[in-house]
Design a protein around this ligand. Structure first.
Ligand code: SF4
Length: 974
């Protein structure tokens, strides 16, 4: 849209209203230098480098001056150039030589201006000898901490103590700071972290973290957005693998983050000769707009950790006294491997194995699996695939199990995260994926976040939610913990664990009672409303709901009225409609024996208020691993083929039999926890585990351990010798995410290309190649040339991925479904006129509240809640081998309410013993106000205090997901 036409340097330029002169000039290809401004930040106009002549008495800062009709702009003149030259000279006069940014990535914007204006002399040269202290000029020096007191030295800009090296990943050099506030705006306005501010006055002014703490001791979450925003060497990345050198000396590869389901676009800069990533940067994309969290920006060095597996391993004969390894021997091996510390002790575990050739190892695996299959039937085999592998690998893995093992016993970690959400979504609206992309929160009047510590688990998605909240979207946060998102909330409801259904029913009671529902939507697009209405009106008054969930009745009413627009203050009300509400949920909702009921209630909440199929609305279960959406889409689920096509449906099954040219089992297979149980019962005798680590990730770890030890044969394929691999008969070394091409589908349904950055170490091979080699040995022909070819086969067997290919995914990937991949980006919003159900309607499923499976009692009085921390991922096999992530979060801990600790006479920092009916662990305890009295939170990443030793394997009856979020424990000083 064109509102104004102006002239810039004699060129007519047409722009929409609100465009600044700087933006207009940039769009016209005219470079106007700026230091305090960057396109991703709101302009402030403080550096005055971008001044232009608009015919007024003084020059105007172009980054903040809006264009007007007929404006005549000159971006350069002798006076303007002189102004910029003097300004550059003044700034450079205090700029250290060498500048840390110039010395590393080689792109200091001030140095560049110095070269442009010929201002290079008379520089403040600060060297180690002049300072009297060592600076960060060498890697050893960079690691030296600087006393905090030194940073308080008056006139610090000329003192020797000018650096803050307290963060493991970011070096601060106040001498290079030009006080442009780009870091402050990046921290506040982009990431919503609000850590960086200013302190001091006049010449002593400088940036500060929190209340002037060292960066490494502040609340900084090390997202690195400040480093990305800084134009000089004031904030730079510390080296992680190799010294950081200019981009021009490195190979840049556009890929995607290997960690969470947000799927941030990243550019990896690698030294090809050393086969190392040197640094990573966020990439502009519809997903993350170049934002990253600490894992994406700094957590990639696990790929080149010295413990990478490089050759196939076969268990030594002396550890096979009776042919297959006896359970006793396996258990004792596992005991020896379970020393305190971050990762498996290879010195203890490796002696049980010998190196083998690929042919020897694969022949052995194929022979043993075949032997079990032929003797006991396909049901005696099972496979766990991985949500960290690509779509192509997930597709091949389930094909191998179904067509090569002759069983549907194939599952993966979706069973441990959102299986209940998917069960509820499939049942009610006929599709298991999100209805709207997470960035749609920008168009929401109300954002409802429940059971999701979004800032810790989906950090970049959280930044968009925080941005929306700061711009006026009403944020409702519901959780058992008062986590960081609550700081941005209009309403926070701290519910008692396991009471979600009562709380949601209480909200729906108020909405129905007060008529705050979308009658038209209910009539035209849904079924089953009357039964829901009856249940919530009869049994879930706010007072009754309050008695169960612990949230005051008036808070329930206030939240319901905010959702229904009955508070009279809807932020951006749509004409005649209820506020647009988007719902995000995480594993606080799904990991319960009532997980499916919890999700059914959230779906009902959206159907009741007409919040599906429109901008700023929708249902968004935030997916956990980078490719858990894709792995599910590709069929790593025991009851469905790719694209959720039921194995029990004869027509569907015949389609896959024709495509794969083998008969297929019509019976749905066993799920993750059921497979472990069947292994204990010797019903499942052989397993192929690819990239999963059930010994740490699955509930009731002691039972899992016994199950793994009971198997006749176990093959584990992974990049490290994991805790599960300690039980293996054969270990196959896989290429890491960085060492292969493939596609990954993020939480939004966006299919993106992950590209090869590094060569695999030793003889490690891409997972898809290993699967093919094994399949061929089992008599199932797999002769694929490339991941692109596998993708084509997979896409052709689905409706959702149909038409997509590696070639048409492009730089940003595509959302499925994508009817026109050559031109379109795919569907950001689903179900605008009908649901993919038999009658096209969304179904209300009324759910009475039921208590958790194992309630606290006198012997086990506390409720255990498990989850993640920002810095670590799943079972820690990758993140605990990342230098930065381990340095920031090195130790296992439990968090408890300070009042409970006082009552128990335990001081924060002491070691406690936490015991459940299934086992016990010891770890450090921290006092945390965010935890409700009677609760205890333990992250599950730490092998030395594995939270899943304690958890229960009680399952949700529909999703078969374990109740990770609730079991009874007792606590005592160790
Ligand atoms: Fe990676 Fe998730 Fe962090 Fe993005 S938010 S950088 S995808 S871990």
């Amino acid at each position: 849209m064109v509102d104004f036409t102006l002239t810039i340097d004699g060129t007519p330029v047409a722009v929409p209203a609100g465009t600044t002169i700087w933006e207009a000039a940039r769009a016209a290809g005219i470079d106007v230098p700026a230091l305090c401004h960057s396109p991703s930040l709101a302009p402030v106009g403080v550096c005055r480098m971008c001044v232009v002549d608009v015919g007024e008495r003084v020059l105007a800062a172009s980054c903040v001056r809006p264009c007007t009709e007929g404006m005549q702009v000159r971006t350069t003149s002798p006076a303007i150039e002189q102004h910029r030259r003097i300004l550059t000279g003044l700034l450079l006069s205090e700029h250290p030589v060498p500048c840390a940014r110039e010395r590393t990535t080689g792109d200091c914007e001030l140095e560049r201006l110095g070269r442009r204006y010929g201002v290079a002399s008379d520089r403040l040269r600060v060297t180690s000898s002049e300072c009297g202290v060592r600076t960060a000029e060498s890697p050893e020096d960079a690691a030296l901490p600087v006393p905090h007191s030194a940073l308080r030295t008056p006139h610090f800009r000329h003192s020797s103590f000018l650096q803050d090296l307290s963060s493991p990943v970011i070096a601060v050099d106040h001498r290079a700071c030009i006080l442009c506030d780009r870091c402050v705006r990046a921290c506040d306005d982009v990431q919503g972290n609000h850590v960086i501010g200013r302190t001091g006055k006049g010449h002593a002014a400088r940036i500060a973290f929190d209340l002037d703490a060292p960066m490494g001791e502040s609340t900084c979450v090390a997202c690195g957005e400040c480093v990305a925003a800084c134009p000089t060497g004031a904030l730079v990345n510390k080296p992680i693998t190799l010294p950081i050198v200019p981009r021009s000396e490195l190979t840049a590869t556009e890929s995607v983050c290997p960690y969470c389901g947000v799927g941030c676009a990243i550019t990896y800069h690698a030294d090809a000769s050393a086969n190392r990533v040197v640094f990573a940067e966020g990439r502009e994309s519809p997903v993350n707009r170049a934002r990253l969290c600490v894992k994406g920006r700094y957590g990639w060095d696990y790929a080149t950790h010295p413990q990478r597996l490089t050759k196939p391993l076969i268990r030594r004969a002396e550890f096979h006294p009776k042919g297959p390894l006896s359970p006793e021997v396996r258990s004792s091996l596992a005991d020896r491997g379970r020393k305190p510390g971050g990762v498996v002790d290879y010195d203890d575990v490796l002696p049980a194995f010998r190196e083998a050739t690929w042919d020897e190892a694969l022949d052995l695996v194929a022979a043993r699996l075949k032997e079990i299959r032929d003797a006991h039937g396909g049901g005696a085999l099972a496979g766990f695939g991985s949500a960290k592998c690509s779509n192509e690998e997930a597709y091949l893995f389930q094909k191998l199990v179904r067509a090569g093992f002759w069983t549907n016993n194939v599952d993966h970690c979706t069973r441990l995260c959102h299986a209940s959400s998917v069960a509820a979504l499939m049942e009610t609206i006929g599709s298991g994926a999100v209805t709207n992309v997470f960035a749609d929160v920008a168009r929401a009047d109300v954002c409802f976040v429940t059971g999701s510590h979004t800032a810790g688990n989906h950090p970049v998605a959280a930044t968009f939610i925080k941005n929306a909240a700061e711009r006026g979207t009403k944020l409702i946060v519901v959780d058992v913990r008062r986590h960081a998102m609550a700081d941005f909330a209009t309403h926070f409801a701290q519910i008692k664990p396991g009471t979600d259904v009562a709380f949601y029913n209480g909200l729906m009671h108020v909405l129905v009672r007060e008529g705050l529902v979308d009658r038209e939507f209910i009539a035209d697009r849904t079924s089953g409303f009357e039964a829901l209405r009856e249940l919530v009106l009869a049994d879930y008054s706010p007072e009754r709901a309050s008695a169960i969930c612990g949230v005051p009745a008036e808070t329930i009413v206030a939240i319901a009225r905010t959702i229904g627009g009955g508070d009279g203050r809807a932020a951006k009300p749509q004409a005649g409609k209820l506020p647009a509400m988007i719902v995000f949920w995480g594993m606080g909702v799904s990991q319960h024996v009532t997980g499916t009921d919890n999700a059914r209630c959230l779906i009902s909440l959206c159907l009741l208020t007409g919040n599906v199929g429109k901008p700023g609305t929708g249902l968004h279960p935030l997916r956990g691993q980078n490719n858990v959406q894709g792995a599910s889409d590709a069929g790593l689920i025991p009851m469905v083929f790719p694209d959720y096509q039921p194995v029990a449906d004869a027509e569907v099954r015949h389609k896959f039999e024709r495509a794969w040219n083998v008969p297929l089992d019509p019976r749905p297979g066993l799920t993750v926890v059921e497979i472990m149980h069947a292994a204990l019962e010797q019903e499942v005798r052989g397993m192929y585990i690819l990239g999963e680590n059930p010994f740490i990730s699955d509930p009731n770890g002691n039972k899992v351990r016994r199950a793994l030890a009971s198997l006749d044969f176990l093959v584990v394929q992974d990049i490290f010798l994991t805790e599960t691999a300690e039980f293996a008969d054969v270990v196959l070394p896989a290429a890491s995410y960085f060492e292969k091409d493939g596609t990954y589908t993020n939480t939004d349904r966006r299919v993106q290309l992950g590209r090869k950055v590094l060569e695999p170490p030793g003889e490690a091979r891409a997972d898809w190649r290993i699967i093919c080699d094994l399949a061929n040995r089992l008599g199932l022909a797999m002769d694929y040339e490339s991941p692109a070819e596998i993708f084509d086969e997979f896409a052709a067997l689905t409706e959702s991925y149909r038409g997509l290919s590696h070639a048409n995914l492009g730089r940003d990937g595509k959302l499925w479904p994508c009817p026109d991949p050559e031109r379109g980006d795919g569907a950001a919003i689903l179900f605008d006129d009908a649901f993919p159900t038999a009658d096209g309607r969304g179904k209300f499923v009324p759910c009475p509240w039921k208590p958790a499976d194992e309630l606290p009692d006198d012997s086990y009085p506390f409720v255990l809640n498990t989850g993640r921390v920002l810095e670590h991922w799943h079972t820690g096999s990758m993140t605990r081998r990342s230098y930065a992530l381990s340095a920031i979060a090195p130790r296992a801990f439990a968090a408890m309410n300070p009042g409970d600790l006082e009552r128990l006479g335990i001081a924060p920092g002491e070691t406690i013993r936490v015991a459940s009916r299934r086992g016990e662990i010891e770890l450090e305890v921290r006092a945390d106000d965010a935890i409700e009295p009677g609760g205890i939170f333990i992250p599950f990443h730490y092998r030395e205090a594995a939270a899943n030793i304690l958890t229960t394997e009680a399952l949700d009856p529909f999703g078969k997901i374990p109740e990770f979020k609730f079991c009874a424990v007792r606590v005592a000083r160790a």
